[in-house]
Design a protein around this ligand. Structure first.
Ligand code: TIU
Length: 238
């Protein structure tokens, strides 16, 4: 049960406009905060990226995650990765580019982007509780070939607070499809990050442009403010 001190709904300051959310029909969706993207030696670095660019998202996500847990909100974590035999990894994905290590090759955190390997797991700072849902996805979007749609329907979810990495790849792919499926998506800007700061900025702009063509963009402070009861003013004893 949610703490009785918690608000049941709140208005989140966002662009292109504020949005009123009922927390009982809102889920926190944390995309791919995995060691393979966040730490040296993983998939992100093998693609030639500077993984230190992603660290800035961890604290804002941790703050929103703490508030979501206090509200008993549904929390869903996703992980991008593939089966050990790579049967769910299309050649069009595994052959692409010129990475130093390909998906499935052995790296310092185990086989790159393979389920069950150390690098595939979520970073300790945001580790899921046993009660939280973890969705393993083979693609960039979180709906493709996963049970996410069934999970959200089962819990009566209508709104998604979305955080994670990377802004323009897995976050954008997921938000675009969630929008088509009828979910109101509020993307937490400082809870997302990209290896390319300019792609992060443009990825967020694309979501909120044209009156919020794919959703809303907010930040962790605004989400926390909307979730936290205002302090009760002290009454004068006179
Ligand atoms: N490379 C890159 O920016 N992202 C990915 O490959 N996956 C996710 O965004 N999770």
């Amino acid at each position: 049960m949610a703490n009785s001190q918690q608000l049941s709904r709140g208005t989140v300051a966002a662009e292109p406009e504020p949005i009123d959310l009922d927390w009982s029909t809102t889920a926190l969706l944390i995309i791919d905060m995995q060691r393979d993207f966040m730490e040296p030696g993983g998939f992100g670095e093998t693609l030639g990226n500077d993984v230190s660019q992603l660290a800035r998202a961890v604290k804002p996500i941790a703050a929103v995650l703490g508030a979501a847990r206090a509200h008993d909100m549904l929390v869903v974590h996703t992980r991008e990765g593939h089966l050990p035999d790579l049967s769910d990894a299309p050649a069009a994905k595994t052959e692409r580019g010129a990475p130093s290590l390909r998906i499935g090759d052995p790296g310092p955190m185990g086989r790159i982007l393979i389920r069950g390997e150390a690098g595939h797991d979520i970073i300790p700072a945001l580790y899921p509780l046993d009660s939280e849902i973890v969705i393993d996805k083979p693609g960039k979007g979180a709906f493709y070939a996963t049970e996410l749609s069934d999970v959200l329907q089962k819990y009566g979810i209508e709104n998604l607070l979305v955080c994670g990495v990377t802004t323009e790849v897995c976050v954008n792919s997921t938000v675009r499809e969630a929008n088509d499926r009828g979910y109101r998506c509020v993307v937490v800007a400082d809870g997302c990050a990209s290896y390319f700061p300019e792609f992060h900025e443009m990825g967020l702009k694309m979501i909120k442009a044209q009156g919020g063509i794919f959703g809303w963009v907010s930040d962790s402070a605004a989400v926390l403010k909307a979730m936290t009861p205002a302090p009760i003013p002290e009454t004068s004893s006179i």
